[in-house]
Design a protein around this ligand. Structure first.
Ligand code: AMP
Ligand code: MN
Ligand code: MN
Length: 316
Protein backbone atom coordinates (compact mmCIF):
# COMPACT_ATOMS: atom_id res chain seq x y z
CA UNK A 1 0.00 0.00 0.00
CA UNK A 2 1.21 3.52 -0.73
CA UNK A 3 3.07 5.73 1.67
CA UNK A 4 1.85 9.27 2.34
CA UNK A 5 4.09 12.13 3.45
CA UNK A 6 2.78 14.47 6.16
CA UNK A 7 2.49 17.19 3.48
CA UNK A 8 0.25 14.91 1.43
CA UNK A 9 -1.92 14.07 4.44
CA UNK A 10 -2.16 17.79 5.26
CA UNK A 11 -3.40 18.29 1.67
CA UNK A 12 -6.10 15.64 2.18
CA UNK A 13 -7.18 17.29 5.46
CA UNK A 14 -7.45 20.67 3.70
CA UNK A 15 -9.36 19.35 0.67
CA UNK A 16 -11.85 16.90 2.14
CA UNK A 17 -14.82 17.80 4.32
CA UNK A 18 -15.76 14.90 6.56
CA UNK A 19 -13.55 12.57 8.58
CA UNK A 20 -13.87 9.48 10.73
CA UNK A 21 -11.03 8.92 13.16
CA UNK A 22 -10.43 5.60 14.87
CA UNK A 23 -7.89 3.85 17.09
CA UNK A 24 -7.22 0.41 18.51
CA UNK A 25 -9.27 -1.91 20.71
CA UNK A 26 -8.33 -1.73 24.37
CA UNK A 27 -7.85 2.04 23.86
CA UNK A 28 -5.01 3.80 25.65
CA UNK A 29 -4.01 7.43 26.15
CA UNK A 30 -2.18 7.65 22.83
CA UNK A 31 -4.88 6.25 20.56
CA UNK A 32 -7.64 8.17 22.34
CA UNK A 33 -5.63 11.39 22.68
CA UNK A 34 -4.49 11.28 19.04
CA UNK A 35 -7.94 10.64 17.55
CA UNK A 36 -9.67 13.26 19.74
CA UNK A 37 -6.79 15.73 19.32
CA UNK A 38 -6.89 15.59 15.52
CA UNK A 39 -10.71 15.71 15.58
CA UNK A 40 -10.54 19.01 17.54
CA UNK A 41 -8.09 20.44 14.97
CA UNK A 42 -10.29 19.36 12.06
CA UNK A 43 -13.35 20.97 13.67
CA UNK A 44 -11.38 24.18 14.19
CA UNK A 45 -10.93 24.15 10.38
CA UNK A 46 -14.69 23.85 9.87
CA UNK A 47 -14.56 20.13 9.03
CA UNK A 48 -16.83 17.38 10.25
CA UNK A 49 -15.00 14.90 12.48
CA UNK A 50 -16.40 11.76 14.13
CA UNK A 51 -14.35 9.63 16.53
CA UNK A 52 -15.25 5.93 16.58
CA UNK A 53 -13.43 3.52 18.90
CA UNK A 54 -15.05 0.11 18.97
CA UNK A 55 -14.30 -0.79 22.57
CA UNK A 56 -15.04 0.41 26.09
CA UNK A 57 -13.11 3.57 26.99
CA UNK A 58 -11.35 3.18 30.36
CA UNK A 59 -12.70 5.53 33.02
CA UNK A 60 -9.35 7.31 33.48
CA UNK A 61 -9.53 8.64 29.90
CA UNK A 62 -13.03 10.11 30.28
CA UNK A 63 -11.54 13.49 31.28
CA UNK A 64 -10.24 14.02 27.73
CA UNK A 65 -12.07 16.87 25.99
CA UNK A 66 -14.55 15.27 23.58
CA UNK A 67 -14.40 11.79 25.17
CA UNK A 68 -18.20 11.73 25.67
CA UNK A 69 -18.72 11.96 21.90
CA UNK A 70 -16.71 8.82 21.11
CA UNK A 71 -18.97 6.28 19.40
CA UNK A 72 -18.84 2.52 18.98
CA UNK A 73 -19.06 1.00 15.47
CA UNK A 74 -22.71 -0.03 15.98
CA UNK A 75 -24.11 1.36 12.72
CA UNK A 76 -23.03 2.21 9.17
CA UNK A 77 -21.44 5.64 8.75
CA UNK A 78 -20.18 7.60 5.73
CA UNK A 79 -17.46 10.22 5.34
CA UNK A 80 -14.83 11.37 2.86
CA UNK A 81 -11.82 10.02 4.77
CA UNK A 82 -11.08 7.38 7.42
CA UNK A 83 -7.99 7.93 9.56
CA UNK A 84 -6.77 4.89 11.52
CA UNK A 85 -4.42 5.98 14.29
CA UNK A 86 -1.93 4.21 16.58
CA UNK A 87 -2.47 0.66 15.29
CA UNK A 88 -2.41 -1.71 12.36
CA UNK A 89 -5.89 -1.55 10.77
CA UNK A 90 -6.67 -5.08 11.98
CA UNK A 91 -7.22 -4.10 15.63
CA UNK A 92 -10.14 -1.66 15.22
CA UNK A 93 -13.13 -3.92 15.88
CA UNK A 94 -16.04 -3.53 13.44
CA UNK A 95 -14.97 -0.12 12.09
CA UNK A 96 -13.98 -1.30 8.58
CA UNK A 97 -17.30 -3.15 8.19
CA UNK A 98 -19.37 -0.08 9.12
CA UNK A 99 -17.48 2.74 7.46
CA UNK A 100 -17.95 3.88 3.85
CA UNK A 101 -15.26 6.34 2.71
CA UNK A 102 -13.42 7.54 -0.41
CA UNK A 103 -9.99 7.31 1.20
CA UNK A 104 -8.42 5.59 4.20
CA UNK A 105 -5.05 6.45 5.73
CA UNK A 106 -3.26 4.72 8.59
CA UNK A 107 -1.03 6.93 10.79
CA UNK A 108 1.08 4.99 13.28
CA UNK A 109 4.37 4.61 15.16
CA UNK A 110 4.51 0.83 15.67
CA UNK A 111 7.64 -0.77 14.24
CA UNK A 112 5.66 -3.96 13.68
CA UNK A 113 3.17 -2.18 11.37
CA UNK A 114 4.46 -3.01 7.86
CA UNK A 115 1.90 -0.80 6.12
CA UNK A 116 0.56 -3.65 4.01
CA UNK A 117 -3.08 -3.18 5.04
CA UNK A 118 -3.80 0.42 4.08
CA UNK A 119 -2.23 3.57 2.63
CA UNK A 120 -0.12 4.90 5.45
CA UNK A 121 2.34 7.16 7.19
CA UNK A 122 4.33 5.18 9.78
CA UNK A 123 7.11 6.72 11.86
CA UNK A 124 8.57 3.95 13.97
CA UNK A 125 11.01 6.37 15.63
CA UNK A 126 8.21 8.57 16.96
CA UNK A 127 7.54 8.20 20.70
CA UNK A 128 3.78 8.26 20.19
CA UNK A 129 1.20 8.63 17.45
CA UNK A 130 0.40 11.93 19.19
CA UNK A 131 3.93 13.07 18.25
CA UNK A 132 3.19 12.32 14.57
CA UNK A 133 -0.14 14.16 14.83
CA UNK A 134 1.70 17.10 16.46
CA UNK A 135 4.00 17.20 13.39
CA UNK A 136 1.00 16.91 11.07
CA UNK A 137 -0.67 19.92 12.72
CA UNK A 138 2.59 21.89 12.43
CA UNK A 139 2.71 20.90 8.74
CA UNK A 140 -0.87 22.14 8.34
CA UNK A 141 0.29 25.40 9.93
CA UNK A 142 -2.77 25.84 12.14
CA UNK A 143 -2.78 26.65 15.87
CA UNK A 144 -3.41 23.99 18.55
CA UNK A 145 -6.68 24.61 20.34
CA UNK A 146 -6.58 24.09 24.13
CA UNK A 147 -8.68 20.92 23.73
CA UNK A 148 -6.38 19.49 21.04
CA UNK A 149 -3.30 20.35 23.11
CA UNK A 150 -4.72 18.55 26.15
CA UNK A 151 -5.49 15.41 24.08
CA UNK A 152 -2.16 15.28 22.21
CA UNK A 153 -0.17 15.98 25.39
CA UNK A 154 -1.96 13.03 27.02
CA UNK A 155 -0.92 10.79 24.11
CA UNK A 156 2.70 11.87 24.41
CA UNK A 157 2.76 11.60 28.20
CA UNK A 158 1.15 8.16 28.42
CA UNK A 159 3.26 6.46 25.71
CA UNK A 160 6.49 7.85 27.21
CA UNK A 161 5.66 7.24 30.91
CA UNK A 162 5.68 11.02 31.40
CA UNK A 163 8.76 11.56 29.22
CA UNK A 164 10.89 8.87 30.94
CA UNK A 165 11.00 5.83 28.65
CA UNK A 166 13.66 5.03 26.01
CA UNK A 167 11.43 6.47 23.26
CA UNK A 168 11.65 10.00 24.74
CA UNK A 169 13.75 12.36 22.57
CA UNK A 170 14.50 16.10 22.73
CA UNK A 171 11.84 16.49 20.02
CA UNK A 172 9.26 14.70 22.21
CA UNK A 173 9.94 17.11 25.06
CA UNK A 174 9.84 20.16 22.77
CA UNK A 175 6.51 18.96 21.38
CA UNK A 176 5.28 18.51 24.99
CA UNK A 177 6.44 22.04 25.85
CA UNK A 178 4.64 23.48 22.80
CA UNK A 179 1.45 21.69 23.80
CA UNK A 180 1.72 23.06 27.34
CA UNK A 181 2.09 26.53 25.87
CA UNK A 182 -1.05 25.86 23.83
CA UNK A 183 -3.03 25.02 26.97
CA UNK A 184 -2.28 21.45 28.08
CA UNK A 185 -1.99 21.22 31.87
CA UNK A 186 0.39 18.38 32.90
CA UNK A 187 -0.87 17.94 36.48
CA UNK A 188 -4.49 17.71 35.34
CA UNK A 189 -3.48 14.99 32.87
CA UNK A 190 -1.39 12.97 35.33
CA UNK A 191 -3.96 13.23 38.14
CA UNK A 192 -6.72 12.03 35.82
CA UNK A 193 -4.72 9.32 34.03
CA UNK A 194 -3.25 7.83 37.22
CA UNK A 195 -6.51 7.86 39.19
CA UNK A 196 -8.13 4.48 39.86
CA UNK A 197 -11.27 3.44 41.72
CA UNK A 198 -10.66 2.10 45.27
CA UNK A 199 -11.62 -1.39 44.08
CA UNK A 200 -8.90 -1.36 41.41
CA UNK A 201 -6.22 -0.82 44.06
CA UNK A 202 -7.76 -3.75 45.97
CA UNK A 203 -7.58 -5.76 42.72
CA UNK A 204 -3.94 -4.74 42.25
CA UNK A 205 -3.16 -6.03 45.70
CA UNK A 206 -4.78 -9.39 44.83
CA UNK A 207 -2.89 -9.48 41.52
CA UNK A 208 0.44 -8.79 43.27
CA UNK A 209 -0.33 -11.62 45.69
CA UNK A 210 -0.30 -13.94 42.68
CA UNK A 211 2.77 -12.59 40.88
CA UNK A 212 5.32 -15.18 39.83
CA UNK A 213 9.00 -14.62 39.12
CA UNK A 214 10.60 -16.98 36.61
CA UNK A 215 13.59 -17.31 34.25
CA UNK A 216 15.91 -17.11 37.24
CA UNK A 217 14.34 -13.87 38.47
CA UNK A 218 14.78 -12.09 35.13
CA UNK A 219 11.07 -12.20 34.39
CA UNK A 220 7.97 -11.61 36.46
CA UNK A 221 4.35 -12.19 35.59
CA UNK A 222 0.83 -11.62 36.78
CA UNK A 223 -1.44 -14.34 35.40
CA UNK A 224 -5.17 -13.80 35.71
CA UNK A 225 -7.74 -16.47 34.87
CA UNK A 226 -11.18 -15.67 33.46
CA UNK A 227 -13.16 -15.48 36.75
CA UNK A 228 -10.52 -13.15 38.23
CA UNK A 229 -10.49 -10.88 35.16
CA UNK A 230 -14.29 -10.76 35.09
CA UNK A 231 -14.30 -9.20 38.57
CA UNK A 232 -11.81 -6.47 37.62
CA UNK A 233 -12.79 -3.22 35.91
CA UNK A 234 -9.25 -2.61 34.62
CA UNK A 235 -5.73 -3.99 34.95
CA UNK A 236 -4.17 -0.97 33.24
CA UNK A 237 -0.94 -0.06 35.01
CA UNK A 238 -0.61 -3.35 36.94
CA UNK A 239 2.44 -4.22 34.82
CA UNK A 240 4.22 -1.09 36.10
CA UNK A 241 4.21 -2.49 39.63
CA UNK A 242 6.25 -5.55 38.63
CA UNK A 243 8.52 -4.10 35.95
CA UNK A 244 10.35 -2.19 38.68
CA UNK A 245 11.52 -5.36 40.49
CA UNK A 246 15.31 -5.50 40.74
CA UNK A 247 16.80 -7.95 38.24
CA UNK A 248 13.58 -8.24 36.22
CA UNK A 249 14.06 -7.53 32.52
CA UNK A 250 10.68 -8.70 31.18
CA UNK A 251 7.37 -8.08 32.95
CA UNK A 252 4.22 -9.76 31.66
CA UNK A 253 0.52 -9.57 32.45
CA UNK A 254 -1.68 -12.31 31.01
CA UNK A 255 -5.46 -11.98 31.17
CA UNK A 256 -7.90 -14.61 30.07
CA UNK A 257 -10.68 -12.60 28.37
CA UNK A 258 -12.87 -15.45 27.17
CA UNK A 259 -12.75 -19.12 26.21
CA UNK A 260 -9.48 -19.68 24.26
CA UNK A 261 -8.55 -15.99 24.25
CA UNK A 262 -5.82 -14.57 26.45
CA UNK A 263 -4.42 -11.06 26.14
CA UNK A 264 -0.74 -10.61 26.89
CA UNK A 265 1.03 -7.33 27.74
CA UNK A 266 4.81 -7.18 28.03
CA UNK A 267 7.34 -4.55 29.08
CA UNK A 268 11.12 -4.83 29.11
CA UNK A 269 14.20 -2.96 30.18
CA UNK A 270 16.63 -4.52 27.62
CA UNK A 271 15.03 -7.47 25.79
CA UNK A 272 13.07 -6.98 22.57
CA UNK A 273 9.49 -7.87 23.53
CA UNK A 274 8.15 -6.73 20.17
CA UNK A 275 10.03 -9.65 18.54
CA UNK A 276 8.53 -11.95 21.19
CA UNK A 277 4.98 -10.67 20.57
CA UNK A 278 5.42 -11.02 16.80
CA UNK A 279 6.03 -14.77 17.25
CA UNK A 280 2.38 -14.95 18.34
CA UNK A 281 0.88 -12.58 15.74
CA UNK A 282 1.05 -9.53 18.01
CA UNK A 283 3.33 -6.54 17.92
CA UNK A 284 4.25 -3.22 19.49
CA UNK A 285 7.57 -1.64 20.34
CA UNK A 286 10.97 -2.92 21.49
CA UNK A 287 10.16 -2.31 25.17
CA UNK A 288 6.33 -2.44 25.18
CA UNK A 289 4.43 -5.03 23.20
CA UNK A 290 1.45 -7.33 23.30
CA UNK A 291 -0.26 -10.25 21.65
CA UNK A 292 -3.38 -12.37 21.84
CA UNK A 293 -3.05 -16.11 22.45
CA UNK A 294 -5.91 -18.25 21.21
CA UNK A 295 -5.56 -20.91 23.91
CA UNK A 296 -6.89 -21.79 27.33
CA UNK A 297 -5.44 -20.20 30.47
CA UNK A 298 -2.95 -22.90 31.46
CA UNK A 299 -1.65 -23.41 27.89
CA UNK A 300 -1.31 -19.66 27.31
CA UNK A 301 0.52 -19.17 30.60
CA UNK A 302 2.94 -22.02 29.86
CA UNK A 303 3.49 -20.84 26.26
CA UNK A 304 4.32 -17.26 27.16
CA UNK A 305 6.51 -18.21 30.14
CA UNK A 306 8.52 -20.59 27.94
CA UNK A 307 8.89 -18.04 25.14
CA UNK A 308 10.07 -15.36 27.57
CA UNK A 309 12.52 -17.75 29.24
CA UNK A 310 13.91 -18.81 25.84
CA UNK A 311 14.32 -15.17 24.75
CA UNK A 312 16.18 -14.28 27.95
CA UNK A 313 18.40 -17.36 27.74
CA UNK A 314 19.27 -16.58 24.10
CA UNK A 315 20.27 -13.09 25.16
CA UNK A 316 22.43 -14.13 28.11
P1 AMP B 1 -0.27 -2.80 26.03
O1 AMP B 1 0.52 -3.78 26.80
O2 AMP B 1 -1.67 -3.24 25.75
O3 AMP B 1 -0.18 -1.40 26.60
O4 AMP B 1 0.42 -2.73 24.60
C1 AMP B 1 1.79 -2.45 24.46
C2 AMP B 1 2.07 -2.18 23.00
O5 AMP B 1 1.88 -3.37 22.22
C3 AMP B 1 1.15 -1.15 22.39
O6 AMP B 1 1.90 -0.35 21.52
C4 AMP B 1 0.12 -1.96 21.67
O7 AMP B 1 -0.42 -1.26 20.58
C5 AMP B 1 0.88 -3.20 21.24
N1 AMP B 1 0.00 -4.37 21.26
C6 AMP B 1 -0.67 -4.87 22.32
N2 AMP B 1 -1.40 -5.96 21.99
C7 AMP B 1 -1.20 -6.15 20.67
C8 AMP B 1 -1.69 -7.12 19.70
N3 AMP B 1 -2.53 -8.11 20.04
N4 AMP B 1 -1.27 -6.97 18.42
C9 AMP B 1 -0.43 -5.98 18.06
N5 AMP B 1 0.06 -5.06 18.91
C10 AMP B 1 -0.30 -5.13 20.19
MN1 MN C 1 -1.71 2.64 21.74
MN1 MN D 1 1.12 4.67 20.70
Amino acid sequence: MREYTLEEIAGVLREEKSFILTGHENPDGDCTGSTLGLAHILRSLGKQATVIIDDKLPRFLSFLPGAVEIRRADEPVEADVLLVLDTVPTRIGRVLEQVKVKKAINIDHHETNDGSHMDHHIESQAAATAEVIYKLVKTLGVPFTKEAAMCLYTGLATDTGYFRYANTTPFTMRAGADLIEAGAVPYIVSEAVDERPYQTVVDLSAALDRMECFAGGRACGIFLDAPTVAKMETTEGFIDSIRIIEGVDIAVVLKMKEEKLCRVSMRSKRANVSALATQFGGGGHEHAAGCTLHMGYEDAKKTIMEAITRALEAQA
